[in-house]
Unconditional design. Structure first.
Length: 210
C-alpha cells in the first residue's frame, strides 16, 4: 500500500478499535489532551516541545500498530503508553511535591546567576554549595577546580585545596550559601528560591575583585 493508504488504514482501525476498546482509546486521547493543555498553560519552550513529542509519538504508534491489514484487539494495548498521561492530573491531589512544578526556571537562583555570569567572556565558577545545585549546568560552565563542589567528604586535603584556590583568585565567580570566599571576592548578588517542600534556600554570588 501507499503511505496515504497506510494512514487511511490506521485511521479506519482507530475508529473500529476505539469502539471495541473505549477505555483504552479514551485514556489515550485524554493523555494527549492533558500534555497539550499543560504545555499551553506553562507557555515554556521545553513543555511545548514535550507536548509536541507526545502527540507525534502517539500518532506514529497508531500508524505502525495498524500499518498492515490486520487489527487484533490486543493491538490497542500499545496506546496505553499515551494513556498513562491521563492519570497525571491525579498527582495534583496525591503528591505533595506538585507546588514545586509551579516554579518557573526564570525565578530560580541558578538562572538568575547564570545570566550575570554569562555577561562575562569565558567565566569560571566555583560552587561552594553542594553537588546537585545545578549552577554549573545553568551557566554552561565546566568546573576548573578538582574540588568543584561541597560534599559529605570534608577532608583536610579538600579544604586546603579550596582555600588555596580562593586565596589565589583562580575563579571569576563563587556561589555560596553561608561560606565567605575571602578578601579576593565581593558579593554582587543574592537570591532566594524554592528548594524542596516547604523549604527555600538563599544563595550568594561573589565576583573576583580585579
Amino acid at each position: 500500500m501507499s503511505l496515504s493508504a497506510h494512514v487511511y488504514n490506521a485511521l479506519a482501525y482507530l475508529r473500529t478499535q476505539s469502539a471495541a476498546n473505549p477505555a483504552v482509546a479514551g485514556l489515550a486521547v485524554a493523555g494527549c489532551a492533558f500534555a497539550a493543555a499543560h504545555a499551553l498553560l506553562r507557555r515554556e519552550k521545553g513543555f511545548l516541545l514535550e507536548a509536541a513529542a507526545v502527540q507525534l509519538g502517539a500518532g506514529l504508534l497508531l500508524l505502525f500498530c495498524y500499518w498492515g491489514e490486520m487489527a487484533h484487539p490486543y493491538y490497542a494495548l500499545a496506546l496505553c503508553a499515551a494513556g498513562v498521561l491521563a492519570i497525571a492530573p491525579l498527582c495534583q491531589c496525591l503528591c505533595a511535591a506538585v507546588p514545586l512544578q509551579g516554579v518557573k526556571r526564570a525565578d530560580m537562583a541558578q538562572t538568575v546567576f547564570a545570566g550575570i555570569m554569562n555577561e562575562e567572556e569565558n567565566p569560571t565558577l566555583l560552587d561552594l554549595t553542594s553537588l546537585d545545585q545545578g549552577f554549573y549546568l545553568a551557566a554552561g560552565i565546566t568546573p576548573s577546580c578538582r574540588y568543584f563542589a561541597n560534599n559529605n567528604l570534608n577532608t583536610r586535603e579538600k579544604r586546603e585545596a579550596l582555600d588555596e584556590y580562593l586565596a589565589q583568585g583562580r575563579t571569576m565567580f563563587v556561589v555560596s550559601r553561608w561560606e565567605d570566599p575571602g578578601e579576593h571576592y565581593a558579593l554582587i548578588a543574592e537570591h532566594t528560591s524554592p528548594f524542596d517542600l516547604n523549604d527555600t534556600r538563599a544563595y550568594k554570588l561573589y565576583r573576583r575583585v580585579e
